[in-house]
Design a binder for this molecule. Structure first.
Ligand code: ADP
Ligand code: MG
Length: 725
């Protein structure tokens, strides 16, 4: 018997070839796909206002719900361009409204005098009365039957929300009744979660806010749970045999250490000795080096490279961006040159001829012509680079690399030893899932003489003083970073709000107050405009801006001239977040600080205080009220990245660690979409899901006894684009 869930949508009533093709465009082929086509948002039709109320300042121009009773027969009119107009009047206690529909003559008999409807749309004030054009409408005869939230689906041209809603309505009961729940029943009950069938019914047709919240909790739990399972079953690699044994004596190691301008800290020395022990074994190293920004991970990586190279092997160091790769190269190539070790930088902007030379030198069988190491981005290992004698692969800022990629990295390179480095302080429970298979070396000590970056939280009223402070720091020879949340002003338009929409990702736990209009976020400072305004206000300074949408080469050029001191104030979006090292920078200003996670702010703050200059971090708050202020205050008193990460998790939920560009881009760990999980308001759900996943894997490590679950996890992770390919 063919399961209804796998029935092609084309066989549903009301779906012909044309619509089936449109559904295909949305990735929907069968009933099951349709069932899992979740609304992207909801129209908030439950927030009912009077006609007069629609004109209040914070509501005007947005789509709203009104309850009106029809008071006239509809009139039909023929307009130019073969258009027709259907028009009638309807009223409530506060006024009378003209309701107009264009080219919808068939509605002629739909609005009998005396009947009441819930209309949803923009209400305009024209002359003495009100007008609505083409509103949505539902009969208000039976009030209790009208839910407050109306689903809005991701659409494609030619397929309307009304059509999709009707099709989902058609299949929902039957499809959910047949759906098997992959989540083990004991876990579901222990966690007090609803069934998957219930969750889907509630997400598509939420009777109220609370039901939607319950449904989303179940779906968010599933995402966390399957993420953890996927990492546990698919991503994790045990140390495998076949790695080249790389061993150097203490006196040889001493050559490297004495080439450094400083002595290693105790924590660095311990990390290096962990690494040496790993590499001396034929079991491939699989280690992560974690430590706060600026703790000095690079030199440990360099020590590992030295060990590999002095053992007759080659090393590759990969950074997440070209800028960082160039920076590592600028530090390490001269250091190694002094030791008679040769390496090269290989990035996107490297000229083709140069690239070919590097490829040849890396693959050369002749040790005297061979390059000992190469530094580049992750594209490095995909572009046909092959090593004559691979020994070590290092991935800096590991969260940018997918877990799935780790195994590939080592394998593709002759079971090379693998070292990953991360400065992203992520909460413990997440770290266990992410790095569960890796041996950890933690650098918990800063190099001596490292100063504390004084941190202040200010608001708009400090603007003039802030300008003066920028001037003062630059006059003293320092450099300044300004970080803005947006690239261009245009990005701030909140059309969803105007459309009366609440995104699926919103927090529905608080009931109707989830309405985003209740507290619109303050306007975002945009890097482009900001840079312009700043250079107008401070014409004597050289100001530049850089953001993620710039071409790599252009970005590198600006970063390099900032590093060289030619640019005094660098305005940017968060592209500078990861790893950039300009020791002369002494002032970090973050605009709209209320929009950032604390961990992200901590990362940003780590960009200054790297040299001898007294350094400051100023968090400019544009709004967000007392909660935001209290949250930001933590930055003033806390300097420990891990403590900050835990705070973030409890206060804001896991989103900051999961969102792209946050510095903790976990979604790239196999492009697994943590859609509801990302916006989940507290960290407890994640902890519980991870704990359940770990204990399930203890009982059933390969999920052999949970085929449904295994299948779901594989499906989630199969869309994972391997970024190395
Ligand atoms: P991160 O761990 O963030 O990658 P880096 O490796 O870039 O940090 O190191 C930050 C700075 O600290 C660099 O300028 C580096 O030269 C310096 N540094 C590293 N180790 C020491 C040390 N033991 N003593 C003094 N300075 C050090
Ligand atoms: Mg680093």
């Amino acid at each position: 018997m063919e399961n209804f869930l796998s029935k092609p949508v084309i066989r549903l009533p009301g779906v012909g070839e044309k619509r089936a093709a449109l559904y295909e465009r949305l990735g929907i082929r069968c009933v099951r796909d349709l069932l899992f086509h979740l609304p992207r948002a909801y129209e908030n039709r439950g927030d009912i206002v009077s006609l007069a109320g629609t004109q209040e300042p914070e509501r005007r121009g947005t789509r709203q719900a009104v309850i009106l009773t029809v008071s006239t027969e509809p009139q039909r009119a023929r307009l130019k361009n073969r258009m027709t107009l259907l028009k009638f009047r309807a009223f409530d206690d506060s006024g009378v409204c003209d309701i107009c529909f264009f080219n919808q003559d068939y509605l002629y008999n739909s609005f009998p005098i005396g009947s009441t409807f819930r209309f949803f749309g923009k209400v305009e004030r024209l002359g003495g009365g009100y007008t609505m054009t083409g509103p949505s409408y539902e009969s208000w005869a039976d009030e209790s039957a009208l839910p407050p939230l109306y689903p809005v689906y991701p659409l494609t041209e030619g397929l309307s929300n009304k059509v999709i809603t009707a099709h989902i309505d058609q299949i929902l009961n039957h499809a959910t009744a047949l759906l098997e729940d992959p989540l083990p029943e004991d876990i579901r009950q222990r966690q007090g979660l609803c069934t998957l069938a219930h969750a889907l019914r509630m997400v598509h047709q939420p009777p109220d806010f609370a039901s939607l919240h319950t449904a989303k909790m179940r779906l968010a739990f599933d995402e966390f749970f399957r993420f953890a399972l996927g990492m546990g079953t698919l991503g994790h690699t045990a140390r495998v045999a076949g790695a080249p044994v790389c061993r150097v004596s203490d006196p040889v190691m001493g050559e490297f250490l004495s080439a450094l301008p400083y002595a290693l800290t105790g924590a660095q020395a311990r990390a290096v000795s962990d690494i040496r022990a790993d590499m001396a074994s034929p079991m491939a190293m699989n280690r992560i080096l974690v430590g706060d920004v600026g703790c000095g991970k690079t030199v440990c990586a360099a020590a590992a490279m030295f060990v590999a190279i002095r053992s007759g092997r080659q090393a590759a160091l990969m950074a997440p961006t070209g800028i960082l790769a160039a920076q590592h190269a600028a530090d390490l190539i001269p250091l190694f040159e002094g030791l008679g070790i040769r390496g090269a930088l290989l990035v996107g902007s490297t000229p083709a001829a140069q690239k070919r030379k590097i490829y040849a030198a890396l693959a050369s069988e002749d040790p005297t012509r061979r390059l000992d190491f190469v530094i580049g981005t992750q594209a490095l290992l995909s572009e046909g680079v092959s090593f004559a004698a691979p020994g070590l692969v290092i991935a800096d800022e590991q969260h940018r690399f997918g877990v799935n990629q780790r195994a590939t990295l080592s394998e593709k390179n002759g079971h090379a030893h693998l070292l990953v480095m991360s400065a992203t302080p992520i909460p413990r429970s997440l770290a266990l899932v992410m790095y569960g298979d890796l041996d950890v070396s933690r650098i918990n000590e800063m190099p001596p003489g490292r100063q504390r970056v004084d941190t202040y939280v200010v608001d708009e009223s400090y603007r003039a003083r802030l300008d003066a402070f920028i001037r003062k720091n630059v006059a003293a020879g320092g450099q300044v970073y300004v970080v803005c949340p947006a690239v261009e002003q245009a990005e701030e338009g909140d059309t969803d709000r105007e459309e009366g929409l609440i995104p699926l990702e919103a927090d529905f736990s608080a009931g109707p107050t989830a309405r985003p209009a209740a507290e619109p976020l303050p306007p975002m400072k945009a890097a482009v405009q900001y840079a312009q305004e700043l250079s107008e206000r401070l014409p004597e300074l050289s100001v530049a801006f850089v953001h993620g949408k710039l071409k790599g080469v252009e970005k590198d050029r600006i970063m390099q001239s900032f590093a060289a001191g030619d640019i005094q104030v660098l305005v940017s979006t968060t592209v500078i977040e990861v790893g950039v090292n300009v020791p002369n920078a002494c002032l970090m200003i973050v605009e709209n600080a209320e929009r950032f996670g604390l961990s992200q702010l901590h990362q940003l703050r780590g960009r200054v205080g790297r040299g001898s200059r007294k350094s400051y971090c100023i968090l400019v708050r544009a709004g967000g009220g007392e909660t935001a202020r209290a949250r930001l205050e933590v930055m003033r008193t806390t300097y420990d990245g891990y403590q900050i990460a835990e705070q973030d998790l409890t206060q804001r939920g896991p989103g900051d660690f999961l969102a792209p560009g946050s510095g903790g881009d976990i979604r790239q760990s196999g492009s697994f979409r943590l859609r509801l999980a990302e916006g989940w308001p507290d960290g407890a759900l994640m902890d519980q899901a991870f704990t359940e996943a770990r204990s399930l894997l203890d009982r059933d490590p390969t999920l052999a006894d949970h085929p449904l679950l295994l299948h779901a996890v594989q499906a989630d992770f199969s869309s994972a684009g391997d970024i190395l390919n």
